[in-house]
Design a protein around this ligand. Sequence first.
Ligand code: ADP
Ligand code: ZN
Ligand code: ZN
Length: 701
Amino acid sequence: MSPSAPAPFHLVQVAVHAPLHSRVGALLSYSHTEPLPPGTLVRVPLGTRELLGVVWDAPVPEALPADVQLRPVASVLSPLPPLDAAWMRLMGFVARYYQRSLGEVAAMALPPMLRKLTVEQLQRRLQRAARVPAQSTDGYDAEKTVALTAEQQTVFEQIERQSGPFLVYGATGSGKTEVYLRMVQQVLQRNPQAQALVLVPEINLTPQLLERFQRRFAPEWGAQAVVSLHSGLTEAQRINHWLAAHTGQARIVLGTRMAVLASLPQLAVIVVDEEHDPSFKQEEGARYSARDLALWRGRDVGAKVILGSATPSLESWHACQQGRYQRLDMPSRVGAAQLPTVRLLHMGQQPKKTVLAPPLVQAITARVQRGEQVLVLLNRRGYAPVLFCGDCGWKSDCPHCSAHQVFHQTDGRLRCHHCSASQRVPRHCPGCGNPDLLPLGHGTQQVQAQLEQALRNVLRPDGQPVRIGRIDADTTQGAGQLQTQLADMHSGVVDVLVGTQMVAKGHDFRRITLVAAIQPDSALYSSDFRAPERLFALLMQAAGRAGRDADFMARQDSRPEMWVQTLTPQHSLYQCLARHDYPAFASQQLQERRQAGMPPFVFQALVRADAKTQEQAQKFLQDAASAGRTLPAAAGVFVYPPIPLAVQRVANVERAQMLVEAGSRSALQRFLQAWQPHLHAVRAQHKQVQRWLVDVDPQSL
Ligand code: ADP
Ligand code: ZN
Ligand code: ZN
């Protein structure tokens, strides 16, 4: 240091994503020539790198030695208004609740391009955005607003009058989206600054909804008033949309789970469509639930929160029963549209090894000959889940995982769905040389092949042969492939669509009259207690794709049906499905969960560890548990013994997990907060552990 007078000096504390300093709440200290308001975006040096950070309002650390030499802030992203206090509270909550560092959580919420742009580039981008207020709204003719149905009107008025949060429990096709549109319109018209956040579970559902919101709102507020935020955007799109939300230019942000973390200074209403969907839970890094954060955020800033679903999560249903959310029902489909009749086809009475029962094939044939479309649901891609040798018992096990490699006939390969390792199908059994290897079980490719065979002589009303499409993760890897294939379904190029859960959700197909679920039973025997809830929601959603257009059904003189092939038609889940009776299903499930002491009656967190051996992973968890059990906050908290994951080994890594449970959310949170430093300390003793994490409110076990 030179002996001359020191430069003006202000200590600023910055949230930076620096894995080595990743303790919850940890901030790094820097100096700057002026005080910087909290929420200011800065670049700061760390080691030899320069990182994006957010200035945080925090008490100055007392432990800072007087002679420590703070490094100066490298640059201030001054063109950008600081992030507001509400956004910083949200980040603070996410970090605390999900056990991550503030810096990591903030970095996850901010568009990646902010890390790269210079101050000048940012300036230019903002100016460019400010110059387009009169962006063309050509092609967006004022949509004529439909009159609400009586059910929609009642729900709308309730949301208007009460404070919520609300759960709109509405049948598939009951017009929930129209209620969201009306509510958003109402709130944004009343306050010319107000912003709305609309969350959907999957990227592939955003184009449809975005289009609907733009048609409704662009004529009034301009095309730039509605922006999307999801992982399918380019980095440039993502930062532009984020900036529009942050500066208030965007009135409506529509997106997947990540959108819940956007900066929305005037947030007044939040919609979570299909709130039960597992995709709202982030499954890596900070494992947040966008639905739960939407509720937290709404309460924090006084925004209305509207959840919607035909099959609400049991958590939300339970919250309604406790009076924490307000339930609003829309039991009827719009117009004369009817829900499909559910037929449970007893596979025990069909010939052995039947994939598609003859009566189902007949039903599909009849529909296609009348010019109607059919959806065939099978939640397993590939041709067969395993290849098998009848002579020596060899199976197509993945050498790197405790799982089988799946037989893909289309490209003649065996492929592991866990680690992606793949190889050509062997000509002879690698165990004994037997040339006849048998596919065991069925996947979408096989069902497609069987349908092609069974319907090969069937003609459509226009005399053309029937066309059978398939949509699953294998057919939709290329950009735009999914949209093209969905378009073929909408336009009627395809008559029968075989698909996984990707096609069951949300899509407004107009000419599907028959939906068939091929092999749903396995979910009934899953070790994950949420599997029945998931299955019920999936089947209800799939059923919801049939008979959506009342006019078409009337012209066809046709009635919608859903067929379920099952070995246990008497199972209560299917019985509830056949009556479209979600409340009965939910009440049974909740009763079972209450008796068994499972969520939503208890609160859970998982600690997971990966290591070369199962023993190493479990030893870390055991030591972590021992450290936890001695804490005062451990009273009323139960730490279970570590166990291997259901798929124990993936890509040669052994995986173990340990469940932590408490009777209340606050007890669990108190324990996790107290435990955190000990987890880090124990982990430092277990160098063999490659990765570990805490998953709060885990959605899959
Ligand atoms: P949900 O989101 O509940 O599945 P949608 O909002 O997609 O249902 O509505 C189903 C269909 O009914 C859509 O085609 C929609 O345009 C139409 N619809 C919704 N509300 C009305 C209404 N009040 N009058 C006429 N049609 C409506
Ligand atoms: Zn063999
Ligand atoms: Zn593998």
